[in-house]
Design a binder for this molecule. Sequence first.
Ligand code: FMN
Length: 144
Amino acid sequence: MNEQPWMFLYSRKGSENWTIMFDALMEGNQAWAHRAPILILCMAKKNFDYKNRPNRHYAHDLGQAVANLSLQATELGLNLHQMGGYHADQLEVAFKVPENWESFSVIALGYPDKADTLEEPFLSRELAPRQRKPTSEFVRTEAW
Ligand SMILES: Cc1cc2nc3c(=O)[nH]c(=O)nc-3n(C[C@H](O)[C@H](O)[C@H](O)COP(=O)(O)O)c2cc1C
């Protein structure tokens, strides 16, 4: 249906909307995200425009859009950090998000600074090796 059911509400540091987004972040995220020049609220539309039928893939589609944003941001030398740790209800009320839409994450976006400008525990986290599961843990040829 070519629904493209995603919406990105972005805000610049210093604006009222940035403060609203920042205030909705969990404390652990506020501790580092206060340096982010851009915060983005990521949302997806639950139903198709066509006959208002449920779109089973709305969250999947948003995830794909964010994955591609991540790649493009990296290509441009930017750094993008997704956060699920925020009060979704608070932002849905503040930004009058319609009933048919749901928010899933807030993204902090900016150019990366040097790691040594960070204090602990952020310095260690930044310098820690990035870990990913081995492919064998998530690819299979047999039923469960
Ligand atoms: C849906 C989702 C929610 C996340 N929530 C948070 C969060 O609230 N706070 C946080 O610091 N990282 C969160 N992360 C993790 C980071 O966005 C990032 O994926 C992780 O730090 C790995 O970074 P790397 O790709 O540089 O290894 C979340 C990731 C995803 C995909």
